[in-house]
Structures are given as C-alpha cells and as structure tokens.
Design a protein around this ligand. Structure first.
Ligand code: ZN
Length: 215
C-alpha cells in the first residue's frame, strides 16, 4: 500500500506482487494510491522531479493528509444529532468559537475559522460537543463557506426540530490571502438564520449580542 505501485521493488511470483497488482481498495472511502499517482503527476507538471530525495515521500504523505481532510465525505454528520435528550429548556443555547479547518472546493486551498451555533430548542437538546462534531463533519470535505453555513443550520433544523437556529461562520480563505488578490486579514462572514431567528428581530438581535456582545 505504501509503495507507489508499478515500479516498486518487488519480485514476480510473490504473494505481495499479486496483491500489489490488484487495485487497492479505498481506505475509509479514500483511494490513497490514486491520490499518490495524481500528486506525482502534479509534481512533474510543475517541473519538479518527484524522485528527488525531499519529494520521494510527498505523494504518500499528501494522500494520507487528504484522507484526513476529506474524511467528512464518508460520514454522516446527522448521527451526532441523533443522541439528543428531551429537555423543557426553551431559551437560546449558543456554542461560540468552534474552530474548524475546511478546504475551499474552488482552489483546494484551506479556509479556517470559527463557527457560532445558536438554537432555540423545541424539546430536543443535544450535548455541546456534538455541535462541534457536526461542524467537523461538514468542514472536512470540499466546501464553500456559504453552503457549509446553510448545511449546519439545516441539519439542526431537521434533526432537533428547533424553533430557530442561527449559524454564523467567520473564516480566512488562504485562496484569498496567499494568492490571487492577496488580502491577508480579510475575514469572510456568513450567516444562516432559520425559524424565530429569521422572523423575530428581537430574537435575532439577542443571538447576535450573545455572539459578538462583549468583544
Ligand atoms: Zn477558493
């Protein structure tokens, strides 16, 4: 698995050779060898020599990294919201500053920042760490920030039957800070408001105060 295929040092007739000839099954849904081949191609394409010492392990390393960064594609973030408990609490619950890393699907460059999730329970309450897991699951796939924001809100709306949900995400996009327009420090803010947070201005301003009030 770790050797990069065709020209690896194996001898014919060995059991390993036969195993090697078979297309490797995806690990956790991610085909590491395929990524390795692609990264090797990219290195060639930019004019590098993928066989020089410093780069020899790079394709395998990048493959393992992508398996981690895109691991969310192979899990359903809903499962974290299905372990709710029933609670009469009907005031705002807010978890603020949930940090995340994601990957911009337009450039395959990381964007990273913080998510703030507030909701008005409709009887179902979920453990606070579960919200962080939802953010993680949604973030670890090729993403755009707007969709990510909307998706988290929709998951809470559907699974917890909330009376309202507010998701605000702030992120720095490396595709904007290290290339293209090169504007370091620029932060992109997106929000998705549902239910009471959308329809009642007082509820909306309450959540915005809770998120931004003392800073
Ligand atoms: Zn981008």
């Amino acid at each position: 698995m770790a050797t990069s295929g065709k020209d690896g040092d194996r001898f014919d007739g060995s059991l390993l050779a036969e195993v090697d000839d078979v297309e490797a099954p995806p690990v956790g849904g991610v085909d590491l060898e395929r990524i390795e081949r692609a990264v090797r191609e990219i290195l060639f394409a930019v004019g590098e020599d993928p066989d020089r010492e410093g780069l020899r392990e790079t394709p395998a390393r990048v493959a393992r990294m992508y398996a981690e960064l895109f691991g969310g594609l192979h899990e359903d973030p809903r499962v974290h919201l299905r372990k709710f408990f029933t609670e009469k609490y009907d005031e705002v619950v807010l978890v603020r500053d949930i940090s995340f890393n994601s990957m911009c699907e337009h450039h395959m460059m990381p964007f990273m920042g913080k998510a703030h999730i507030g909701y008005l329970p409709g009887g179902r309450v979920v453990g606070l760490s579960k919200l962080a897991r939802v953010v993680e699951g949604v973030a670890r796939r090729p993403q755009v920030q707007e969709r990510m924001t909307e998706e988290i809100a929709r998951l809470l709306e559907e699974e917890l039957q909330v009376k309202g949900v507010a998701v605000v995400i702030e992120a720095v996009h490396t595709c904007m800070t290290v290339r293209g327009v090169k504007k370091p420090g620029a932060i992109c803010v997106t929000s998705a408001m549902k239910g009471a947070f959308r329809t009642r201005p007082t509820t909306r301003s309450e959540i915005m105060t809770l998120i931004y009030g003392d800073r």
